[in-house]
Design a protein around this ligand. Structure first.
Ligand SMILES: [Zn+2]
Ligand SMILES: [Zn+2]
Length: 215
């Protein structure tokens, strides 16, 4: 996993980020902290009216970094994602839960739909809701669905997710990971200190080697 890639950064097109979080400032900050890849994943809704100026802003910024213009889209109750159709297929999409459904079946069904959605690239800050847990078999079957659909699971610094136990199961089942700061302020861009423990699991969990009897 490349620690110099941040695949989840916000800017000031959403309604709750710091005003100095302009596209240019974020890029300068990413350069300062030595990132190689920076993905803008602004919060989007089907009704967002700023998308074309946001994309122009991101796509015209001058930098030696690899810059990706993308979106973070909510996973809705029916498993669809809250992003206008015309943008999803050509842009990087992180799909995340931003609503608590208080219902494990609805949550699982919606998540499975999102994982199977060809327009989704990444499952963002995934974790069970407070009212339920998943057993190992359920996490394992999610892992299989994620790998079969070639999705990436994000290690999210803002929410310290996914749970460590899930990461271990995902890792054993061949799931790919990348890092997302989920920055809503400049200091958070490329900053993964809060998830060093989760990163260690991904980087250091060696494959189980068979026991050998050497005498
Ligand atoms: Zn989010
Ligand atoms: Zn986010």
């Amino acid at each position: 996993m490349n620690h110099k890639e941040d695949y989840h950064v916000h800017c000031n097109y959403n309604d709750h980020s710091a005003p100095d979080l302009t596209v240019k400032n974020v890029v300068r900050q990413a350069e300062t902290v030595g990132l190689q890849t920076l993905a803008f994943t602004e919060h989007v809704r089907k009704t967002s009216d700023w998308i074309s100026s946001y994309l122009k802003d991101v796509e015209s910024v001058d930098s030696s970094l690899r810059i990706i213009a993308g979106f973070e889209a909510k996973i809705l109750r029916d498993g669809s994602i809250d992003c206008p159709d015309k943008y999803v297929s050509e842009h990087f999409v992180v799909a995340s839960f931003h609503t608590v459904y208080n219902d494990k079946d609805i949550w699982l069904q919606a998540l499975k739909q999102a994982i199977q959605n060809p327009d989704v690239n990444v499952i963002g800050h995934i974790a069970p809701e407070p009212s339920f847990t998943l057993d190992d078999d359920e996490v394992q079957s999610l892992a299989s669905l994620i790998t079969a659909n070639e999705k990436v699971v994000e290690l999210n610094a803002k929410y310290h997710r996914p749970p460590a136990e899930w990461i271990k199961v995902f890792k054993k089942n061949g799931v790919r990971f990348h890092l997302g700061s989920d920055a809503h302020s400049l200091q958070e861009v490329g900053n993964f200190e809060k998830i060093s423990d989760l990163i260690a699991i991904v980087d250091e969990l060696a494959p189980q080697s068979p026991v050998t009897n050497r005498t």
